[in-house]
Structure formats: structure tokens, C-alpha cells
Design a binder for this molecule. Structure first.
Ligand code: HEM
Ligand code: HEM
Length: 166
């Protein structure tokens, strides 16, 4: 952990937050594409160009999520993050727990995907698919929390994940 607590998220941390969020949305929306590729490869072994492209995109975008998340955790440990905006103890615990679970899934989901695809471990594929609804619920709660802070509490929670300026 960094020794001094910064007043704001670093620009790199902010950029990584939004880039990773966009990549995860892509994965959740087009997740079926890799199953189509798997089916085509098991079938006649020659997927059409679109199936091959989208299936490979799932692999590369997923690997990008893993690499960028590791990078983000390093940036987080090196430069720290600002103190939570004062809220009730329950709200603070919910935010901290939610963020922790999101980080866990951002690592766990790509790894299970890799184990399923390259290792042929069926159980890893099942866990990978089970994580999908969990990911969607956590993101929905996370976004609802961010919008609640912005529109109801009108505090700086949202602004500080958009700009480093304090
Ligand atoms: C954050 C990153 C990732 C997310 C959010 C994600 C999400 C998804 C989703 C939504 C599905 C479809 C599940 C369903 O239809 O029930 C899926 C399937 C799959 N993904 Fe990923 N994925 C990620 C990374 C990866 C990576 C890096 C690989 C490695 C090759 C991978 C391999 C697979 C495989 C093999 C399946 C089919 C599983 C099966 O049929 O058992 N995924 N993924
Ligand atoms: C796949 C989508 C997303 C994931 C995985 C994700 C993940 C995270 C994580 C792990 C943190 C904690 C950062 C840290 O302390 O290191 C965070 C913070 C934050 N996220 Fe997201 N996020 C996503 C999408 C969004 C969206 C769509 C919004 C806005 C509508 C949003 C708004 C925020 C805000 C405002 C913070 C700062 C919270 C604070 O400073 O207390 N996130 N996000």
C-alpha cells in the first residue's frame, strides 16, 4: 500500500476504470460468440469469418481485462486511492465489499475462461458461466450506487472517477 493517501484517483486509475468497464460490457453482451466458435470448431471445424472474429475477440478482450486489472491493482497499491467520501458505516462497508467482489471477478472470470478454453477443464467453463449473472448483479448495484451518490446525495463520488482535479 502507498504510504500517503492521495486526494484524488490518478488519471491512469480513472482511464483504466473506464477502459476495463467498456471491455467487460463487450464481454457480457457478446459472450455467446465464443460458444458459437467452440460449436463450429467441434462441428465441421471451419467457422465462418464472423464467428472466428467474434470468438477470438472474446479471448483477446478477456485477456486484456485480466492484464489491465493486474496493472490497475499495481497502480492502486503504488499510488493509493482517495479516502472514501464520508458516509454511514454500512454504506462504506457495502462500497468496499462491492469493489472487492468486482476486483475478484475481474481476475477470476478471465482465468476460468482461459482454463476452460486452453485447458479443456469443463468445471472452469461452468464456473465462468455461473459468474455471468453475479457480475451483472454486482455491476447493476455498483452503477445504482454511483448514480445515487451523484443525483440523490449530490456528492463528488462520480466526479472523482471522471477527473483527478479536486
Ligand atoms: C472479464 C472477462 C470475461 C468475461 C466478462 C466473459 C464473459 C463470458 C460470457 C458472458 C460468456 C457466455 C456465458 C453464457 O452464455 O452463459 C462466456 C463464455 C465463455 N468464455 Fe468468457 N468472458 C471473459 C473472459 C474470457 C477469456 C479470457 C476466455 C479465454 C479463452 C474466455 C473463454 C470463454 C469460454 C470458453 C466460454 C464458453 C464456456 C462454456 O461453454 O463452457 N472468456 N464468457
Ligand atoms: C464493468 C463495469 C464496472 C466495473 C467492473 C467497475 C469497477 C469498479 C471498482 C473495482 C471500483 C473501485 C476503485 C478502487 O477503489 O480501486 C470502482 C469505482 C467507481 N466506479 Fe466503477 N466499475 C464499473 C462501471 C462503472 C460505471 C458504469 C459507473 C458509473 C455509472 C461507475 C462508477 C464508479 C465510481 C463513481 C467509482 C468511485 C467510487 C468511490 O470513489 O468511492 N463504475 N468501479
Amino acid at each position: 500500500m502507498s504510504k500517503t493517501q492521495p486526494a484524488a484517483y490518478s488519471p491512469v486509475h480513472i482511464l483504466l476504470h473506464w477502459a476495463i468497464a467498456a471491455l467487460i460490457f463487450f464481454q457480457l453482451v457478446f459472450g455467446e460468440s465464443i460458444k458459437d466458435l467452440g460449436r463450429a470448431l467441434r462441428g465441421d471445424g471451419t467457422p465462418d469469418a464472423m464467428t472466428a472474429f467474434m470468438g477470438n475477440a472474446h479471448i483477446w478482450v478477456g485477456i486484456a481485462v485480466l492484464v489491465l486489472t493486474v496493472l490497475r491493482l499495481i497502480v492502486r497499491a503504488r499510488f493509493g486511492v482517495p479516502a472514501p467520501i464520508p458516509a454511514s458505516r454500512v454504506q462504506e462497508l457495502a462500497a468496499r465489499g462491492g469493489h472487492g467482489l468486482l476486483y475478484l471477478l475481474m481476475i477470476f472470470v478471465p482465468i476460468t475462461g482461459l482454463l476452460a478454453w486452453y485447458g479443456g477443464i469443463r468445471e472452469a467453463g461452468e464456473l465462468h458461466e455461473l459468474a455471468k449473472p453475479l457480475f451483472i448483479i454486482l455491476i447493476a448495484l455498483h452503477v445504482a450506487g454511483a448514480l445515487y451518490h451523484h443525483f440523490a446525495l449530490k456528492d463528488r463520488t462520480m466526479k472523482r472517477m471522471i477527473t483527478s482535479r479536486t
